[in-house]
Design a protein around this ligand. Structure first.
Ligand SMILES: C[S@@+](CC[C@H](N)C(=O)[O-])C[C@H]1O[C@@H](n2cnc3c(N)ncnc32)[C@H](O)[C@@H]1O
Length: 227
């Protein structure tokens, strides 16, 4: 993985070493060349998936639980997952093989760079950001993925009517995003009064959400559509 040559200094992740299981390592070796790719030019989704089904992008998919769940539930949707953490990529690759998920592709890189450099306008039907790193400490808030700069970046990439779905268990971050989206008239909250939404069918409870639940955190979903 090479980080692209944008001049960004602040990233929303710190690359952890993370242990790989044997299965994950084998999956990375054998399946990365088939299901993962490293873009060098604007992504042609039709060529990538071999059809023109809508594309749902999952940013920071962790070990891929949400994609594994939704890709089976929605076979007529194409899923692009972007994640930097290699064991998580390995986990998703194993599931792709195990469940025969032909509608999933992976990029192992910084999603912000990938959006900036390689995604054409009006190509994404949905962007899912589930339990992004909360960056609890005030001095780290600048690392939070969801901010105005990020919304400006994704606005053109979403198709009209396309969805932004954010979920978090960290209330202060969720409240910050709730306020931020209200300031962006191009985003329409599907709930009245800019309220949080109930967890929809396409989002399973993931490891990170369960961890939050064990700490008595709530879950906060915001589901918004591009006007
Ligand atoms: C707390 S985990 C949540 C994982 C998963 N979405 C879930 O709900 O279980 C956040 C993940 O986002 C990834 N991440 C953070 N910033 C990223 C970026 N800019 N590009 C790609 N992945 C990123 C991290 O590596 C981490 O695995």
């Amino acid at each position: 993985m090479k980080f692209e040559s944008t001049d960004r200094q602040i990233r929303s992740f710190v690359l952890r070493k993370g242990k790989m299981t044997t299965g994950q390592r084998k999956a990375v070796e054998a399946l990365m060349p088939i299901y993962a790719f490293d873009p060098t030019t604007t992504i042609d989704f039709k060529a990538l998936f071999g059809n023109d089904h809508p594309v749902w992008l999952d940013i920071g998919f962790g070990n891929g639980e949400s994609i594994i769940h939704a890709a089976q539930q929605y076979p007529d949707v194409n899923f692009l997952g972007i994640e930097v953490h290699l064991p998580g990529v390995g986990h998703l690759l194993m599931a792709i093989e195990q469940f025969g998920l032909n509608n999933v592709r992976i990029i192992r890189n910084d999603a912000v760079d990938m959006l900036n450099l390689y995604m054409a306008d009006q190509t994404l039907a949905a962007i899912h950001i589930y339990f992004p790193d909360p960056w609890h400490k005030k001095r780290h808030h600048k690392r939070r993925l969801l901010n105005q700069e990020f919304l400006d970046l994704i606005q053109p990439k979403l198709v009209t009517g396309g969805r932004l779905h954010y979920a978090s268990d960290w209330e202060p971050y969720a409240l910050e995003v709730q306020e931020l989206v209200a300031e962006n008239a191009w985003l329409q909250n599907q709930e009245p009064n800019n309220a949080f939404a109930a967890r929809p069918a396409w989002r399973p409870v993931t490891k990170f959400e369960r961890r939050g639940q064990n700490l008595d955190h709530g879950s906060y979903d915001l589901i918004l559509h591009k006007r």
